[in-house]
Design a protein around this ligand. Structure first.
Ligand code: PHE
Length: 470
């Protein structure tokens, strides 16, 4: 494909909002608080922040640089340097598919809870928990919302890079931020909120196991949209005069800030009303409306706003996931954007149907390796595929791209100062690949669903062997 036929971001702000929109998602607002709640609170959070600083920023910068340098999406970016690496690009496309096989299900829940909040959900607080369970284990209702969610997603991605994704993110991201601030203000002024802040601020490292560390690392990759080519793809639409190091710091910083804000919005209120922090994936959907239900009329409004924020966050992330596959089809196969988006999304929706039904609908009796489709995809993607993608992208940059080329790319041909270049380079070349692999292996030993993770690694090996033929 010719350079001028590819999309490009309209402005720096637009790119930042789109990249931050990809990063900030259900990972921050739905997954981060429930993982923190389950894994002991602040110790988990500190380990998570450590991963963001040591791995996250550097890997993000690597992806931006690779994408912009190649001016093509993940598969093309790898292939143009060394054909043997094409599989790493395909792994990204596959990962996008698999994340999109369960993530929109939760996106659908958030959409449903906007309507539910507005139509009497909060009027019967005692029924909220049971209602959530009944809703997600139902057959048709959650499916309607997944389909609706996917339809909105298609609408945005079909419009293209600057016209759809950038435009939507520019409006929706600031809205999300504002909503979280409102929620925090409300939560912190509740009586008994202090215990929630203690939970967030006083670490107890005795709860930290290999599994907790792996969970924190997987969460860092997922939350920052790393290890599967999303940031390579978004980087490929970047103009040559953008300051990539500062953009990476900004996006990673904002993503972490939003996750912490979600924690501060949820935990004080949760403790104030005497809930269990380890409630699991239902945390946000059960605790938040219950908390709001105790606040009278304003609670309904806040609940609607909260789920709108969650929906917005999910949408700007799914947009980037679909874009990874779409860009591949456009760049490598010259397929028309509209066709690429629609066919990709339909295929992903089919996965979602299975995931949703695996939670208790008609498919719940058919688990694979002891876990349903939803949990299977969740387990495989962040802990195996994204972590492996992170190892590959850093090895690739460190060992297969010329150091001077990287320096030129990151300093915009020497016009920009990037003082930490050598630190970044050594992290990427030596430290990160070894470190991520070590955490993944150690964590795998500690985890109950070893077979699932092992299968993931086998899939990657098969892909590496067969993609040579593609
Ligand atoms: N970062 C998104 C989130 O936190 C999820 C995501 C992963 C988006 C990978 C794009 C690519 O919700």
């Amino acid at each position: 494909m010719q350079q001028n036929e590819r999309g490009q971001w309209g402005s720096r702000f637009g790119f930042l909002m789109a990249a931050a929109g990809s990063a900030v998602g259900l990972g921050n607002i739905w997954r981060f608080p429930y993982l923190a709640g389950k894994n002991g609170g602040s110790a988990f959070i500190l380990i998570y922040i450590f991963f963001v600083v040591i791995l996250g920023i550097s890997v993000m910068l690597t992806e931006f640089a690779i994408g912009r340098r190649a001016n093509s999406a993940a598969v093309g970016a790898y292939k143009s340097v060394d054909k043997r690496w094409t599989f790493a690009g395909f792994l990204g496309v596959l990962t996008a598919f698999l994340i999109m096989g369960y993530y929109p299900v939760v996106g659908g829940w958030s959409l449903a809870y906007i309507f539910k909040s507005a139509s009497g959900l909060l009027a019967a607080p005692d029924a909220i928990e049971g209602g959530f369970g009944a809703f997600i284990t139902g057959t048709t209702e959650p499916l309607i919302y997944v389909v609706l969610f996917m339809a909105i997603n298609i609408f945005v991605v079909v419009k293209g890079v600057a016209g759809g994704i950038e435009k939507a993110a520019k409006i929706l991201m600031p809205l999300l931020f504002t909503l979280l601030i409102v929620l925090i203000g409300k939560g912190l002024t509740l009586e008994g909120a202090g215990a929630g802040m203690d939970f967030l601020l006083k670490p107890d490292f005795s709860l930290v196991t290999g599994e907790v560390v792996l969970t924190a690392m997987g969460q860092a990759f997922l939350s920052l949209s790393l290890g599967m080519g999303a940031m390579i793809t978004y980087g490929s639409y970047l103009k040559k005069d953008e300051n990539m190091p500062s953009n990476a710091v900004f996006v990673a910083g904002l993503d972490t800030l939003v996750a912490l804000m979600a924690g501060v919005a949820i935990f004080p209120a949760l403790f104030a009303f005497g809930f269990e922090p380890a409630a699991g994936p239902g945390l946000v959907f059960v605790v938040v409306p219950t908390v709001f239900s105790k606040m009278g009329g304003i609670g309904v409004l806040l609940s609607v706003l909260f789920f709108t924020a969650l929906f917005v966050a999910a949408l700007t992330s799914t947009v980037s996931l679909v874009e990874v596959v779409t860009a591949y089809l456009i760049d490598e196969h010259g397929i028309d954007r509209r066709k690429a988006v629609i066919s990709t999304s339909v295929a992903m929706s089919i996965f979602c149907v299975f995931s949703s039904l695996s939670l208790g609908g008609v498919l719940s009796p058919i688990p694979v390796f002891g876990v349903g489709m939803f949990d299977l995809l969740d387990l495989l993607t962040d802990k195996v595929f994204l972590a492996s993608g992170g190892v590959f992208v850093t090895l690739f940059a460190g060992w297969f791209i010329n150091k001077d080329d990287l320096k030129k790319e990151l300093t915009n041909d020497g016009t920009l100062e990037f003082r930490l270049f050598d630190v970044w380079y050594n992290l990427v070349k030596y430290v990160i690949p070894v470190f991520v692999a070590a955490v993944a292996v150690a964590g795998m030993m500690a985890i109950e669903q070893k077979v699932v993770l092992l299968t993931g690694f086998i899939i990657i090996a098969v892909l590496a062997v067969f993609s040579k033929k593609l």
